[in-house]
Write a protein that binds this ligand. Structure first.
Ligand SMILES: *Cc1c(COP(=O)(O)O)cnc(C)c1O
Length: 491
């Protein structure tokens, strides 16, 4: 039996060079292609194959990748992509992924340089947040898991590490977040065993920030009825409108009420790198834990999220495990200080840290801050254009990089119309906004996240929405005129 490595490396080396050239071409020519195109049914069918029992060549499978996969990705690399909050990645991190895969490091633990790279990355995040030296953290898939970890650490900080043995049972713990908080927070409460109802969703004001007065009242009510408030989660950058909770006020309440102060800064915390935006996040430096994504506004390839905990001992107490096969030693490979597997639920972990480390090292935090500032400037320009266009109406204030608006027509179902316009623009491959609900109204939502997006892309987006909106509004008007004719011939 031979190994899976080739006997002669020449062919693989050539293929690898070609793949690299092709991917660089792909990045260089993004603008020549549609933002997104749906995958044809016939091609979907071609992907569905029984388990391949025999071999093929890497060249043949690469051809399949080129024809079946590459053209039908979601489009988040493209400067016209503004849907949801998705990052565009960067070319240096793409190369870093190759290097990381080359090492195939497992960062669960043990004495190795890749873990030192991850520790450095966590230390940089702690520095960005203004956290003390004893802060700890780990990289995870994304903020969904980072928020879960934050809640679990807050839970054991309140109930003591014994909760790991006894469970939350009848502890009556309750937590608080804005009604605009991300859906992964109630999900985290569910997974942590509290149930979603134990997360009190506090209403937000007209600028999208959690109502502090309601929060205070709700905490008092809960205490009066025998519940145990243990955590408040602020959001730095809500997913719908980009609003930032009053983090300083939340820090005050958490201190007064003895609550764990967690911040979901999935994309918004990146604004700390832009000096003019930093004040909007004042108070985040007082958080007990922060969830943060590199794969969104920080322009690193998926997936790369992180959780950072102010008091590292609490994170360790929540996850450290003693298993015979994971014994630590003073010397040798089984040494190396605290292992990442003691700071979260993952044991085997990939080398996510390399792409983050290389991105920060190559571009520098200031440059990433400039990208963040540019996104916000573009969002402000988009909002101004929307405010100027009689056919458009803005639906929410713009705090950071997200603009919510809609096309307005004299009559008809505006929600349907705007959902159709968004699908039209996406299917035409011109741009990719998404939709959300703002105060019950369906909004076209443009989240400017990508470092490649320019003023021109904003104009292309608005022009396309006006174009498709106009067509649909005219078509609706015509059919509204015809309809009575069909039912009442005398009209
Ligand atoms: C994206 C996002 C999340 C979820 O993060 P993932 O990285 O997708 O797991 C949580 N909260 C906010 C505010 C987000 O924008």
């Amino acid at each position: 039996m031979e190994s899976l490595d080739p006997a002669d490396w020449t062919g693989l080396r050539a293929l690898g060079h070609r793949m690299l050239d092709d991917m660089v071409d792909h990045l260089e020519t993004l603008r020549d292609r549609p933002v997104w195109q749906p995958m044809p049914a016939a091609l979907r069918e071609r992907l569905r194959q029984p388990l391949p029992r025999g071999p093929s060549t890497a060249e043949a499978v690469y051809k399949d990748f080129q024809s079946l996969v590459q053209p039908y990705a979601v489009g988040n690399l493209h400067p016209g992509f503004m849907g949801w909050v998705q990052g565009g990645g960067n070319p240096v991190a793409m190369l870093a992924e190759l290097l990381a895969a080359g090492l195939n490091a497992n960062l669960g633990g043990r004495d190795q340089a890749p873990i030192e790279v991850e520790r450095q990355v966590i230390a940089w995040v702690a520095e960005m947040l203004g956290f003390p030296a004893e802060a700890s953290g780990v990289l995870v898939t994304g903020s969904s898991i980072a928020n879960l970890i934050g809640i679990l650490v807050g839970r054991s900080a309140c109930l003591g590490p014994e909760v790991r043995e006894t469970g939350v049972g009848g502890s009556r713990l309750v937590a608080y977040a804005s009604a605009a908080a991300h859906g992964c927070l109630p999900q985290a409460m569910d997974i942590a065993g509290f149930g979603r109802e134990a997360l009190r969703m506090i209403p937000f004001d007209s600028s999208g920030r959690m109502r502090i007065d309601v929060l205070t009242r709700r905490i008092a009510q809960d205490r009066a009825s025998g519940m145990r408030p243990f955590l408040v989660a602020g959001t730095a950058g809500t997913v719908d409108t980009g609003a930032v909770d009053d983090l300083a006020a939340l820090a005050d309440i958490a201190a007064r009420e003895n609550l764990w102060f967690h911040v979901d800064g999935a994309f918004g915390a990146t604004a700390l790198l832009a000096p003019a935006l930093r004040p909007k996040l004042a108070g985040i430096e007082r958080a007990d834990s922060v969830a943060f994504d590199f794969h969104k506004w920080a322009q690193v390839q998926y997936d790369a999220g992180c959780i950072v905990v102010r008091d590292g001992a609490r994170q360790l107490a929540t996850f450290s495990a003693e298993a015979a096969y994971l014994r630590r030693e003073q010397r040798g490979l089984a040494g190396g200080g605290i292992w990442p597997c003691d700071l979260g639920p993952d044991l085997s972990r990939g080398f996510r840290a390399l792409k983050v480390w290389m991105t920060l090292s190559v571009y520098g935090a200031d440059r990433l801050g400039e990208v963040v500032q540019q996104s916000c400037d573009l969002a402000a320009a988009l909002a101004a254009r929307v405010d100027r266009e009689p056919a458009l109406e803005r639906l929410a204030p713009v705090t950071l990089n997200i603009v919510c608006f809609r096309y307005i027509a004299a009559d008809g179902d505006l929600d349907r119309l705007n959902a159709d316009i968004v699908a039209d623009v996406q299917e035409a491959g011109i741009a990719a906004p998404s939709t959300t609900l703002v105060n019950g109204a369906l909004a076209i939502r443009a989240a400017i996240v990508n470092h490649r997006t320019t003023c021109g892309d904003i104009e292309i987006l608005v022009d396309a929405i006006l174009e498709y909106g106009g067509r649909r509004a005219r078509a609706n008007q015509n059919s509204a005129c015809r309809e009575p004719k069909q039912s009442a011939p005398g009209c």
